[in-house]
Design a protein around this ligand. Structure first.
Ligand SMILES: *Cc1c(COP(=O)(O)O)cnc(C)c1O
Length: 404
């Protein structure tokens, strides 16, 4: 029998890496799917005599290692770190890369939980923040140069520039390569939250970003059955700092969570193709509807970020936001009238979900400058048959008209 070896070669195609990186068969039994290692500790052959480098589960675990290897191979990074949630990943990474008095410039439509972590938790420890429109590079450069505000030391050094593209839920597109230059010119690092695009559609490290963040709860896990997060970098020095905090703080993913995430990640490419194709068709349908004020989907030529998205993304993803002419009442009616789309937080699973951000995912930023319009719903288009998705929306839209 051939020796187990994971085909994670950087020149293999995306789907080949997704299926094989970190997934070598188990040498003792030949099990094609590597077993899940639940053991919290490892026998030592004499004091300090480790058999395969494994000592204690918070530090390293073979199932988590397999996922980390797979994630690094798919984002084109040298190192990946898997955490118990997206926010746990963000928290450990920010602590590794900033100190009290430092400053973070982030998008003014950042994920609500990210803003809450940075402003209300890390703000108490002296980390300042300035939210800006990330698609306006002049405004970003000004905020980066101005330094600390909102809790940080006045004029505190900007260490991190933080962007989501496409952003959530306003679906703004930011030029990652241009933003990397703005950050680097000021001696800051560029962090890209790549949750919405997934590594199949967009690889920020290749465009000049320093750190990639994922909520693996979303497209990477892909089946709405596991919560997790990841950080990927392509620099040994950054990896050393983040790896130390991952170990010292301990917000690691457990073995079962790591296994489920790995299993989901193997099919990311085929799922993203279907998510993107379904969303494109739904967005084009929405555009024709008289009830709709605006459709926010980067795959539409009318979207202000369309050309840029074409340049830095492979396809346009499964997320759409819609604003209704009938205001908040119409948005709420549609949100509560579908049956194929389930009204729920989160996104990126194989099943279609609908979200009313101003009261759900983004309730924590209500009343701040990150507040989301009240006539907006966000769709996470699943992999169901697109005719059924459109029929479901059509019957929900009919209820706005009759008001029943
Ligand atoms: C969900 C999400 C997060 C947070 O991840 P959790 O796994 O829920 O902790 C961060 N960023 C974006 C864009 C998200 O959608």
């Amino acid at each position: 029998m051939s020796q187990p070896e994971s085909s994670s070669a950087a020149n293999a195609g995306f789907n080949t890496r997704a299926v094989h990186a970190g997934q070598a068969f188990e040498p003792r039994t030949g099990a094609v799917v590597p077993p899940v290692h639940f053991s919290s500790t490892y026998a030592q052959d004499g004091i300090g005599g480790l058999r395969a480098g494994y000592e204690y589960g918070r530090g390293t675990n073979p199932t988590r290692d397999a996922l980390q290897e797979q994630l690094a191979a798919l984002e084109g990074g040298s190192h990946a770190f898997s955490f118990s949630s997206g926010l746990a990943a963000e928290d450990s990474m920010i602590r590794a890369l900033t100190r009290p008095g430092d400053h973070i410039v982030l998008g003014n439509d950042a994920y609500g939980g990210t803003y809450r972590l940075i402003s209300r938790v890390l703000g108490e420890w002296g980390i300042g923040n300035t939210p800006v429109d990330m698609s306006n590079l002049d405004a970003v450069a000004k905020a980066v140069a101005a330094g600390g505000s909102n809790g940080g030391a006045a004029g505190g050094k900007t260490q991190l520039v933080w962007v989501e593209t496409p952003s959530n839920p306003m679906m703004k597109i930011t030029d990652i390569a241009a933003l990397a230059k703005v950050a680097h010119d000021a001696g800051a690092l560029l962090v890209v939250d790549n949750t919405f695009a997934s590594p199949y559609l967009q690889n920020p490290l290749a465009l000049g970003a320093d750190v990639v963040v994922h909520s693996t709860t979303k497209y990477i896990g892909g089946h709405s059955d596991v919560v997790g997060g990841a950080i990927i970098v392509n620099d040994p020095e950054l990896a050393e700092k983040i790896g130390f905090v991952q170990f010292a703080v301990g917000a690691v993913s457990g073995p079962m969570d790591a296994f489920l995430t790995t299993r989901g990640l193997k099919t990311l490419g085929v799922r993203m193709d279907r998510h993107s194709d379904n969303a494109q068709a739904v967005a084009e349908w929405l555009l024709q509807r008289p009830e709709v004020e605006v459709v926010l989907y980067p795959g539409l030529p009318s979207h202000p970020g369309h050309e840029l998205a074409k340049k830095q993304m492979k396809k346009f993803g499964g997320m759409i936001s819609v604003q209704f002419k009938g205001g908040e009442a119409a948005a709420r009616k549609v949100a509560e009238s579908t049956s194929v789309f389930t009204l729920a937080e989160s996104l990126g699973g194989i099943e279609s979900l609908m979200n009313y951000p101003s009261e759900m995912t983004h309730a924590s930023v209500k009343g701040t400058e990150l507040a989301v319009p009240e006539n907006l719903i966000r769709l996470s288009c699943g992999i169901e048959d697109v005719e059924d998705l459109i029929a479901d929306l059509e019957q929900a839209f009919a209820r706005i008209e009759t008001g029943s």
